[in-house]
Design a protein around this ligand. Structure first.
Ligand SMILES: Nc1nc2c(ncn2[C@@H]2O[C@H](COP(=O)(O)OP(=O)(O)OP(=O)(O)O)[C@@H](O)[C@H]2O)c(=O)[nH]1
Length: 399
């Protein structure tokens, strides 16, 4: 099936792109109806049912109306309105042309009545319920005025009885159509509102699925996605990238002495401070409990160490809690990605470095020694894959 996305460039030139395209397609639909009406009129003129002059006049009116609305929509000018298709004014002008045909066609004018219903039917897919009613009323008003004029001017072959029949037929069918149009329009508005709500819910659900509710940071799952994406990138570019596992020291004591509420407050404060301290490209996520994972693209271990140390000093210098007297420290284990290693292995090296940092007295950042590259092919994360224990080179936090 040919979709709008796959239409060739020559057609795109006519339809435009983006939101304009959808609106132009509606205009082109109306243009097709004009075309079919013109064909029926041409056939009637050929049979001698309507005069050639009237045919050309009506054809000119239809072509001018179509071109005017097509230009307004295709140029994007109509985008400023609530209905960029301009269905309401377009419907009003179409009804005027149909009524003009009703007046000019003569003996067979009754056949044009059905076109009024068609104009309202086409527009109803774009109009609000009130506009549907107004358009139906506009059609009834125009027909009755035309009939009044025909009776008053004594048009040949037209009597008030015939006019009354036409009016009744058009009024009844327009009324019925206006009611259906209002119903469809109300349903359309409801569906569009529900679609908006659904979109919002989806955005919220996505946020919930990727965000840690306490700190507002990425959760472990989202962080893992980021790490995998980064691994795919660096395996192509060969760029350095580091991770740091950061753990709040003696966090259990914070909970035990000050309560869980304060513990939560410390976690939130750490997240806020860290985010304010990092570069835009760095990604920080809550890895679990009081442990955080920081990914730092484009930097090697030495540069990353400087950044983590800056963060460590900042945390240590920032008293937390209601009274502003609680000072917490952090320990961090840092590992630079070695081409060819798995995600698990990489994180595990950082974890080992963190463990060593804790063992060495906490409040410090240690770098895991980077093993030699094994292959340039990326190795996907294997939850069960475990390599030999990583070597951790202890590096004091303050030279
Ligand atoms: N308030 C709060 N506490 C948490 C949360 N998640 C984990 N914890 C607590 O964090 C504490 C972690 O304690 P430990 O694993 O013993 O670590 P620690 O006390 O920080 O000791 P070291 O890491 O060795 O410095 C536990 O008491 C957990 O209950 C949380 O979301 N909020």
């Amino acid at each position: 099936m040919t979709t709008l996305r796959s239409i060739p460039p020559r057609v795109t030139w006519i339809t435009g792109s983006g939101p304009v395209r959808r609106h132009v397609m509606f205009c082109l639909g109306a243009g097709m109806i004009y075309g079919m009406t013109a064909a029926i009129m041409a056939h009637s003129a050929w049979l001698g049912l309507i005069s050639t002059g009237v045919f050309w006049l009506l054809l000119g009116c239809m072509a001018a109306t179509f071109l005017l609305f097509f230009t307004l929509v295709r140029s994007g000018w109509s985008q400023r309105f609530e209905d960029p298709v301009l269905a309401f004014p377009h419907g009003m002008v179409s009804i005027l042309i149909i009524v003009l045909a009703y007046v000019l066609i003569g003996e067979y004018r009754g056949d044009t009545i059905i076109l009024l219903a068609q104009a309202v039917a086409v527009a109803m897919f774009r109009l609000r319920p009130r506009q549907c009613l107004l358009l139906g009323g506009w059609a009834a008003l125009c027909v009755s005025l035309a009939q009044f004029g025909l009776v008053w001017s004594g048009a040949p072959g037209f009597s008030w009885q015939r006019g009354l029949t036409h009016f009744t037929v058009s009024a009844v069918s327009l009324m019925a159509l206006a009611v259906v149009a209002m119903w469809i329009s109300a349903m359309r508005v409801r569906i569009s509102r529900q679609a908006d709500e659904l979109r919002q819910t989806l955005v919220q659900a996505q946020a919930l699925a990727t965000t840690d509710m306490l700190t507002g940071l990425l959760n472990r799952r989202a962080m893992t996605d980021q790490l995998e994406a980064e691994l795919a990138r660096v395996s192509r570019s060969g760029d350095p990238v580091c991770v740091a596992l950061i753990d709040i020291d003696h966090f259990k004591k914070v909970n035990d002495h000050y309560g869980h509420r304060m513990g939560d407050e410390v976690l939130r404060a750490f997240a806020a401070l860290a985010q304010g301290d990092l570069r835009q490209v760095d990604q920080l996520g809550r890895w679990g409990g009081e442990e955080f994972l920081l990914m730092m693209p484009h930097v090697d271990a030495t540069q990353a160490w400087v950044a983590v140390e800056r963060l460590r000093n900042r945390i240590a210098a920032h008293p937390m809690g209601d009274s502003g007297t609680l000072v917490v420290t952090i320990s961090a284990g840092l590992a630079q990605f070695s081409p060819g290693e798995s995600l698990d292995r990489w994180i595990e090296r950082a974890d080992q470095a963190l463990y060593q940092a804790k063992q060495a007295g906490r409040n410090r950042t240690l770098i895991a020694e980077t093993p030699p590259a094994t292959t340039s092919t990326p190795v996907p994360a294997q939850p069960t894959a475990r390599g030999p224990a990583p070597v951790v080179r202890l590096q004091p936090s303050s030279p």
